[in-house]
Ligand binder design. Structure first.
Ligand code: PEP
Ligand code: MN
Length: 267
């Protein structure tokens, strides 16, 4: 699907990178420049933040959206940012190239419908307790509202395993490539919860056939206002992108579109 002047879900692997939250002008601009230099095409950054605690930083809102738009002007990167509420859709769609629907919102069908009607591509993150079938139901809500441009995202699910923030369901990526024409990207940052595991999970995602990656990057991760433990600094992100090259070179050998997309019940 077209985003600015390139395709998501085409032959190129597309990387989205940036901070969990938009914090300050300099944080965002330096990050945008750094991730662009390392090969990202899309800048991520939350202006409206879904947080587990009501006392945690909730995002800069409109000010954050304006900073994202300035970062696009400066770097040419496309922008993906979360929209949490139906009434914010027109505002966020004014500034963003892709609307992110977060895990906690995946089953908010009125939000999905409104976001779909904005006409912007939708990045649909899998809910933390959502089955793959549930994810497809949500994708269908977007499609049924006249928007064919859905990008699915595996960001880890809750299981009995507590050693990591979430359990990265890499098989979901392989399965979705078999049964659907929709692009599927990986979010190793929220899956792992710790930065050391972001590179190996990314490599696993590429091997499973992912169409792209969304990863958290911050100039000084230990001082980040949200999700610092799982954020990469600029050097670590650059190393990750370099280390992916041989994996991406192999990708064309096994990359395919589902020959016979079929409903999940038929798998
Ligand atoms: C995020 O992308 O920062 C985020 C909150 O993600 P998720 O909805 O997957 O938890
Ligand atoms: Mn985050």
């Amino acid at each position: 699907m077209p985003v600015l002047d390139f395709e998501v879900g085409g032959s190129d692997f597309v990387t989205m990178a940036g901070p969990c939250s938009v914090e300050t002008e300099s944080q965002l601009m330096t990050t945008a420049e750094a991730v662009r230099r390392s090969g990202a095409r899309i800048l991520r950054g939350g202006a409206f933040k879904p947080r587990s605690s009501p006392y945690a930083f909730q995002g800069l809102g409109l000010e954050g959206l304006k900073m994202l738009a300035r970062a696009r002007e400066l770097t040419g990167l496309a922008i993906v940012t979360e929209v949490m509420s139906e009434c914010d859709v027109p505002l966020v769609a004014d500034y963003a190239d892709i609307l992110q629907i977060g895990s906690r919102s995946m089953e908010n069908y009125s939000l999905l419908a409104e976001a779909a009607r904005s006409g912007r591509p939708i990045l649909l993150k899998r809910g933390m307790v959502a089955t793959i079938a549930d994810l497809f139901v949500s994708a269908q809500v977007v499609l049924d509202n006249g928007n064919p441009n859905v990008i699915l995202c595996e960001r880890g699910i809750r299981t009995f395993e507590t050693a990591l923030r979430n359990t990265f369901d890499v098989a979901a990526i392989a399965l979705i490539k078999e049964i659907s024409h929709l692009p599927i990207i990986a979010d190793p940052s929220h899956a792992a919860g710790v930065r050391e595991l972001v590179p190996p999970l990314t490599r696993a995602a590429v091997a499973a056939g992912a169409d792209g990656l969304i990863v958290e990057v911050h100039p000084d991760p230990d001082k980040a206002w949200s999700d610092g433990e799982q954020s990469l600094d600029f050097a670590a992100f650059d190393d990750l992108m370099t280390s992916l090259r041989p994996y991406l070179a192999l990708r064309s050998a096994f990359q395919h579109q589902a020959a016979n997309p079929r409903p999940l019940e038929a798998v």
